[in-house]
Ligand binder design. Structure first.
Ligand SMILES: CC(C)(COP(=O)(O)OP(=O)(O)OC[C@H]1O[C@@H](n2cnc3c(N)ncnc32)[C@H](O)[C@@H]1OP(=O)(O)O)[C@@H](O)C(=O)NCCC(=O)NCCS
Length: 151
């Protein structure tokens, strides 16, 4: 695991090039803005390795209809630059985000996970919910979730 990194909150604009490169190569970077990106309750985290932004993720205050939660958050735009994947950066960043969420009494984190990312989320302690569903131009997904505060 690489140790030379730092994590900070970043503005939406910083996330766009990696979102485009890793998650939505069929779009322009400018079109990779998601609804709620600039909401006051939303935050974006970036992990910098040797001053280069290599991993990003976004947390939005958003319920999911199937879950009973007082303070649910949704994880979106989780991506590591492929040149840096498999080096532990995704794990470090998501772990950091979950600590921040717990500190603000978020009890549930959920996401729409791509099949390719299932092993990553499993490793991070997420569970599956419901059937596979298709997302346009991206492919099959499943809802995955993790309770952050013991119930
Ligand atoms: C999923 C993603 C964010 C993981 O980031 P990363 O920085 O490569 O992940 P890490 O190196 O921290 O991996 C953490 C653990 O998950 C495992 N893992 C990560 N991606 C994996 C994959 N595709 N298949 C199997 N295991 C995987 C790693 O092996 C590691 O386990 P280990 O500690 O036992 O070695 C990254 O692969 C990515 O950007 N993928 C493409 C975009 C994507 O699918 N994002 C999620 C959208 S839902």
């Amino acid at each position: 695991m690489k140790l030379h990194h730092h994590i900070s909150k970043i503005p939406t604009e910083y996330t766009l090039p990696l979102r485009q490169k890793v998650l939505k190569p069929f779009l322009h970077a400018d079109d990779c803005v998601n609804p709620g990106d600039d909401a006051p309750t939303t935050f974006h985290l970036g992990l910098f390795h040797e001053r280069k932004l290599v991993t990003i993720c976004t947390f939005l205050s958003e319920p999911h209809k199937d879950f009973n939660s007082g303070n649910p958050y949704r994880l979106r735009g989780m991506a590591t630059d492929p040149n840096y994947s498999g080096q532990g950066f995704g794990q470090i960043l998501l772990q950091h985000g979950m600590v921040l969420l717990k500190n603000q009494y978020c009890d549930l984190l959920w996401c729409n996970a791509r099949i390719k990312a299932f092993p990553f989320y499993e490793k991070m302690g997420f569970y599956y919910h419901g059937p596979l569903f298709e997302m346009d131009r991206i492919g099959p997904h499943k809802v995955m979730y993790k309770y952050l505060i013991p119930r």
